[in-house]
Design a protein around this ligand. Structure first.
Ligand SMILES: [Zn+2]
Length: 134
């Protein structure tokens, strides 16, 4: 057995060891996208940006980046973070649609599309043909 792949294992991720630690685990991309950045519920975002003072969190939880789910010590640190590569990359990642339960069910053939097709075929054959054609 040869050497297992060690190089190029992480693209532009500065501290992989810290990210892998469970105690440093932050919110996942889909949690941020579907809960924190939900356009229908803008309360979440406002609540996250104006959190009550928490002495256990960095900067008393007053400087929080919603997209990255990270606390910063000072306002300047947060502002320079918004200009940083890490944050811009995160914004790009968040623009892509999150992996949802519906998608996994569709992949397994349990999705809504499947259900609709069977319901249509049981009612009228012409409706089923229309469903297939469209
Ligand atoms: Zn950020």
């Amino acid at each position: 057995m040869g050497r297992l792949r060690r190089s190029r294992a992480h693209h532009a991720r500065r501290d992989v060891h810290r990210a892998a630690r469970t105690r440093a685990r932050t919110r996942d991309l889909d949690q941020i996208q579907l809960i924190d950045l939900d356009p229908k519920v803008c309360v979440h975002r406002a609540a996250l940006e104006a959190q009550p003072i928490d002495y256990d969190l960095p900067g008393l939880a007053q400087h929080y980046c919603v997209e990255c789910a990270k606390y910063y010590e000072t306002d300047n640190a947060l502002k320079s973070h918004w200009k940083s590569k890490v944050h811009k990359r995160r914004l790009k990642e968040l623009k892509e649609p999150a992996y949802t339960i519906e998608e996994s069910e569709r992949a397994a053939g349990l999705g809504r599309e499947n259900k609709r097709a069977t319901a249509a075929s049981s009612s009228t054959p012409s409706a089923a043909v229309d469903a297939i054609m469209s």
